[in-house]
Design a protein around this ligand. Structure first.
Ligand code: NDP
Length: 253
């Protein structure tokens, strides 16, 4: 076991699992949190230096108990990556309040609850929090009334936490991925929509989980010692591009 400890939520697969692996490659130990018991157990069993902790980050009591268990096990927390997220995409008028609350409960409440529970330990280590936002936090588009709003709130919560925790040396940043081919993305995007996305990405491909993990682990490291309160888009230029990109590409053919 190494002396630096990261907690990664939603670690059973996708971006959370890639982030866990990169921390391990950088000689951190990782507490992997997820609500999917089987998938988490399988993922953790294949890794050395990571332990699984079953927890639904939207349930306050579970978060409190799990953080206490992790602290008891490791004695310290150096980084918290609030990655667990859900996506429900629907037109505005079909987004019932239950779906709205489901999205907010994980994507926003989960970030708040896990951060609040980890802060006393992070103050002791002058540690870091990285929240996973989304490019949907800054670009409004179809079907994302709940998802995009929850992620925009995460960007603001990041700034709020960074300002409140700066005196304690705790840094808080947000990484906003563009499209990444994960189970979450496959559940909400049709092939047509995926193609339309790629047409709008200057680097002409979707992100890999590794692309996102590299920025997350950097932000948790000493190399990012003077970065706090920031949102960094890891999106291949998606946010920077306007409607002119497909026309530019067509003009080159
Ligand atoms: P995945 O669905 O592949 O993985 C997310 C994991 O988090 C799953 O194991 C999921 O379990 C778990 N999880 C969900 N809700 C909770 C909860 N309340 N408590 C504990 N665990 C939970 O997602 P991605 O890797 O694609 O996404 C990771 C993050 O990146 C999310 O915050 C997402 O919004 C964000 N993101 C993803 C993009 C993409 O294109 N993939 C783009 C922009 C942002 P379960 O199976 O039970 O849901």
């Amino acid at each position: 076991m190494t002396n630096k400890i990261a907690i990664v939520t939603g670690a059973a697969r996708g971006i959370g699992l890639a982030t866990t692996k990169l921390f391990l490659n950088n000689n951190w130990s990782v507490a992997m949190i997820d609500r999917d018991e089987d998938e988490l157990a399988n993922a953790a069993a294949a890794l050395t230096g990571a332990l699984p902790f079953i927890c639904d980050v939207s349930i306050p009591e579970m978060v409190t108990t799990t953080m206490a268990t992790i602290l008891e096990k490791y004695g310290r927390i150096d980084a918290l990556v609030n990655n667990a997220g859900v996506a429900i995409f629907k037109p505005l008028e079909e987004m019932d309040v239950e779906c709205w609350r489901t999205v907010m409960a994980t994507n926003l409440d989960g970030v708040f609850l896990c951060s609040q529970a980890a802060i006393p330990a992070l103050k002791k280590t002058r540690g870091a929090i990285v929240n996973i936002g989304s490019i949907s936090a800054v670009r409004a588009s179809t079907l994302r009334v709940a998802y995009g709003t929850s992620k925009a709130a995460v960007v603001h919560l990041t700034k709020q936490l960074a300002v409140e925790l700066g005196d304690y040396g705790v840094r808080v940043n947000c990484v906003s991925p563009g499209p990444v081919k994960t189970k979450l993305a496959a559940a909400v995007h049709t092939p047509d929509i995926i193609k339309a996305y790629y047409d709008g990405i200057p680097l002409n491909r979707s992100a890999t989980e590794q692309d996102i993990a590299e920025t997350v682990v950097f932000l948790c490291s000493e190399k990012a010692a003077y970065i706090t309160g920031q949102m960094i888009a890891v999106d291949g230029g998606f946010d920077a591009s306007g409607i002119g990109l497909p026309a530019l590409r067509a003009s080159r053919q």
